[in-house]
Design a binder for this molecule. Sequence first.
Ligand SMILES: Nc1nc2c(ncn2[C@@H]2O[C@H](COP(=O)(O)OP(=O)(O)OP(=O)(O)O)[C@@H](O)[C@H]2O)c(=O)[nH]1
Ligand SMILES: [Mg+2]
Ligand SMILES: [Zn+2]
Length: 300
Amino acid sequence: MKGRIVKGIAGFYYVNTGSESVYECKAKGIFRKDNIKPLVGDDVDIEIIDEEAGTGNITKILPRRNELIRPPVANVDQAVVLFAIVKPDPNYNVLDKFLIQMRRNGLPVIICFNKQDIASKEEQQELMDAYEKCGYEVIFISVHEGAGIDRLCEKLRGKTSVVAGPSGVGKSSLLNKLHPEAAMETGELSRKIARGRNTTRHSEMFYISSLSDEDQSTYIFDTPGFTSLALKDITAEELAQYYPEFEPYEPSCRFRGCSHIAEPDCGVKTALEAGEISRVRYDNYKIIYEELKNMKPVYR
Ligand SMILES: Nc1nc2c(ncn2[C@@H]2O[C@H](COP(=O)(O)OP(=O)(O)OP(=O)(O)O)[C@@H](O)[C@H]2O)c(=O)[nH]1
Ligand SMILES: [Mg+2]
Ligand SMILES: [Zn+2]
């Protein structure tokens, strides 16, 4: 029987085989045979062990369209990178690394900033200035007050989207707003810090009936928050490729392969001085560049 993994907890995979049926499955054979770990979002073949108890065994993972490592999910159309404008304040380093990783995976990204209801105009403007030119859709929302949600929904309709971002930004709150049946636990930031852990600890995929009809299905993955992100499989020299706003100015760089750091006659730095490239983004580019330079070489 075919199905899709909607959740994975401690070696158990919950496989939806259509309508309401979910089987609790193990994946022993797969590990042994193919040495591959199932991901939430995987299309799988299962054999049923006990129909009454709703248990089964995953016998095959069907080919993946794509897979992400952080968060670990498969077969998604796009990522909603969710940060809060405030509480918690966005960490630009993590946000930019996230965008780089998604671009590297070839996934379209929507950047979404939540908690508009408690943010000032200036705080919003700062984010807008930094991200409006970086080639992604940017949407400001308030899950609590509903601002921006319709606009976001139009982007989600008919697609499979993974919602990813730091802990406490409102990923589960957003999911609950779009799909109250999900009833995901949400948590106060102060409580999270006190407990030192995320409220959501497993990725889970939901079918969003309010955004689906007979022609199109909408799925959203809620995922656990993260605090840092390590870039893998990318060199300092490649980094500039992941900054679309640099592209128009690169032909003006004197050197081909200019890193836009210390070279003279750099089109990107000229654009930066002229205020055409965001200072926040550029400064962070330099930091990530140095991080990548100092990384030990990895085999690819
Ligand atoms: N002011 C305000 N608070 C919000 C909004 N959306 C969510 N919150 C609050 O932010 C806190 C964290 O929300 P969660 O939905 O648990 O955050 P999360 O991103 O799922 O966090 P993890 O599961 O730990 O990754 C909760 O106290 C929410 O009530 C919003 O639009 N405005
Ligand atoms: Mg959550
Ligand atoms: Zn340059």
